[in-house]
Write a protein that binds this ligand. Structure first.
Ligand code: AMP
Length: 190
């Protein structure tokens, strides 16, 4: 199964994706993690951090090759879970084209829906625990704006083809996970 997971920063995407990937035994492809893993000290790493630290999206030309390279790995042959990708309609179109050329496709798009006021509080808490450079008040505001302006249209793009299942992200983590499993099981048996 190929699943895309979309939700604003702080919605609990990372946690739920890890759990779902291990439940389905498919690889978890987090573009945020892949970008953060760019070897330090290189020019590329500096370029990547300039976007991440400002809460802005890295350019599609930088993100697409990383994803496409990873998809060529054998463990991705039977499926994968995309976390934080696609984040622009252009990325979504490129992914569809790439998969389509291989007679492959996305099976499901999960939209983790959370109230924005709740998100700011959660992100500030995460900043204390994880010490992420992109969890400052200013960067959080920038990342939420990026989500609204560039990533929310991706949901409209997928919704046109009936691929989106909305998950209520305001419930407890266990509750959220059981909604996700239900949506996946329903899609698998349809
Ligand atoms: P995340 O860990 O998913 O919250 O991503 C952290 C940061 O990595 C984002 O704020 C962006 O700067 C960058 N990033 C992650 N995924 C993408 C993507 N698909 N396209 C562009 N930039 C991305």
């Amino acid at each position: 199964m190929r699943i895309v997971f979309i939700g604003p920063p702080g919605a609990g995407k990372g946690t739920q994706c890890k759990r779902l990937a291990s439940h389905l035994e498919i690889p978890h492809l987090s573009t945020g993690e892949m970008l953060r893993d760019t070897p330090r000290g290189s020019e590329l790493a500096e370029l990547v951090s300039s976007y991440i630290d400002a809460g802005q999206l890295a350019p599609d030309e930088l993100v697409m090759p990383i994803v496409i390279d990873r998809l060529a790995d054998e463990d991705c042959a039977q499926g994968c879970l995309f976390d934080g990708f696609p984040r622009t309609v252009n990325q979504a179109e490129m992914l569809d084209r790439f998969l389509g050329e291989r007679d492959d496709q996305l099976n499901l798009v999960l939209h983790l829906d959370v109230n924005v006021d709740e998100l700011v509080g959660r992100l500030l808490k995460r900043a204390e625990v994880e010490n992420r450079v992109d969890d400052t008040k200013e960067t959080i505001a920038a990342r939420l704006a990026v989500f609204r302006e560039q990533t929310a249209p991706v949901l409209d793009y997928y919704a046109r083809e009936g691929r989106v299942e909305k998950i209520d992200g305001m419930r407890s983590p266990d509750d959220v996970f059981s909604q996700i499993v239900q949506a996946v099981d329903a899609r698998r048996s349809s």
